[in-house]
Design a protein around this ligand. Structure first.
Ligand SMILES: C[S@@+](CC[C@H](N)C(=O)[O-])C[C@H]1O[C@@H](n2cnc3c(N)ncnc32)[C@H](O)[C@@H]1O
Ligand code: SF4
Length: 395
């Protein structure tokens, strides 16, 4: 496979495929850690950066997983020094995903020193019983301690991930978790309804009838999320994502707010808006100049390829422009702002008002969408059924 450096990409994603232990519900490509493989992966990642990322000046960087905070200090230093040598640092937004069990003051300081300015912390719940039920490695106390550690290290932009509709979670437990999590005062909140991913222990438990899935309760929890997060000063900008425009205690700007809140995750906005991105690490996808690539979802194989000086690409495909435009339409509609027609045309070369006129009309008739003079966006019920809307817009 070619090792030619990409000309430019707005964003860089790095996948870290290790976790302290695998959670019951999770289908992300990651496995319980083995010290030796993590070390081998670190060197392979360095090699992959050398092969691909030279000259890249990403506006956003995101280390996701898996659990990137599981890499030890030496491994992080190796990766960050490589990025420095290759001129990759200096992004406007540099996020690292952390698990509350693997945040230390030393690691937080090191990340800050190299320009990491945003942390996304997987919390999921603040109920001990549910944390246990989900197979999480941390307690609720560790969440509060880690959050403090991050603030003390100078992280002024933190996201908290929560999950709802967890088996055994009542509306009262969900309200309490939401309120306690928002009281931390994070700049950003992501909150996902549990997805029963095939081949996860939770999926098998559901199939075995160990619990009932209650769709009405899930809807009530989502409504609670929308109402409480708004009351706490977060603005929803995507189905599962909420961000502040001002921190608690700050004076709001006199300017009218942007369509997208100030502390929105710029990296994810770039995905949803159809921007290019380079993806490194096992299982990572990238999209540059109309070509989608996907790395092997197999860490030893990924390492082996890079040790031989080759990229670890499993597949690479040039997407037909209309197909890619359909995907971009569907992704962008996950955002509350929807698609400004001019922006969509600038990114894809297609006019939403020509190619997707009937779909917009049909979504409006169902009460799922609203078309204004300059954009098309989904309504509150439409966002709830965004997957069905996405089906309509794909080509
Ligand atoms: C890759 S994890 C990153 C955080 C870190 N690995 C951790 O869990 O602490 C990203 C987020 O996806 C969400 N997630 C993962 N699997 C999910 C599922 N099956 N259903 C709903 N949300 C899920 C969780 O909220 C999780 O924090
Ligand atoms: S949710 Fe996070 S910690 Fe749990 S297995 Fe998935 S990636 Fe790992």
């Amino acid at each position: 496979m070619s090792s030619a450096a990409p000309v430019s990409a707005a964003s860089l994603y790095v996948h870290v495929p290790f976790c302290a232990q695998k959670c019951e519900y999770c289908a992300f490509y990651s496995e319980a850690s083995s010290g030796e493989l993590i070390q081998r992966y670190t060197e392979a990642l360095v090699r992959e950066m050398e092969l691909t990322a030279h000259g890249l000046r990403p506006h956003t960087i995101f280390f996701g997983g898996g659990t990137p905070s599981l890499l030890n200090l030496r491994q992080w230093e190796r990766v960050l020094q490589t990025m420095q040598r290759l001129g990759l640092l200096g992004a406007a937004e540099f996020t690292v995903e952390c698990n509350p069990a693997t945040v230390s003051a030393d690691k937080a300081k090191l990340l800050r020193d190299y320009g990491v300015n945003r942390v996304s912390m997987g919390v999921q719940s603040l109920d001990e019983g549910l944390l246990d039920r989900l197979g999480r490695v941390h307690s609720r106390d560790m969440v509060f301690r880690s959050f403090d550690t991050l603030r003390r290290a100078g992280f002024a932009n933190v996201n908290v991930d929560l999950m709802f509709a967890i088996p055994g979670q009542t509306l009262d437990i969900w309200r309490a978790t939401l309120d306690e999590a928002m009281a931390l005062g994070s700049e950003h909140l992501s909150s996902y309804e549990v997805i029963y991913e095939e081949d996860t222990p939770l999926f098998h438990q559901m199939q075995a009838g160990e619990f009932d899935v209650n769709e009405d309760l899930a809807c009530a929890m989502y409504d609670e999320l929308l109402d409480r997060s708004a009351a706490a000063g977060y603005r929803q900008y995507e189905i599962a994502n909420f961000a502040r425009d001002v921190r608690p205690g700050e004076t709001p700007s006199a300017e009218p707010p942007d369509l997208i809140p100030r502390f929105a995750c710029r990296h994810n906005v770039n995905y949803w808006r159809g921007g290019d991105f380079l993806g490194l690490g096992p299982s990572a996808t990238g999209y540059i100049g109309g070509v989608r690539t996907k790395n092997w979802s197999n860490t030893p194989l990924y390492c082996e390829q890079l040790e031989k000086g080759r990229r670890a690409i499993e597949s690479s495909e040039q997407l037909p422009p209309l197909r890619r435009a359909g995907e971009i339409a569907a992704f962008g509609l996950r955002m509350n702002a929807g698609w400004p027609f001019a922006d969509f045309q600038a990114v894809t070369g297609f006019d939403l008002r020509d190619q997707w006129r009937d779909e917009m009309t049909s979504a409006e008739q169902r009460g799922w969408g609203v078309r204004t003079a300059d954009r098309f966006h989904l309504t509150r019920p439409g966002l709830r059924f965004a997957d069905s809307v996405a089906e309509m817009f794909l080509r």
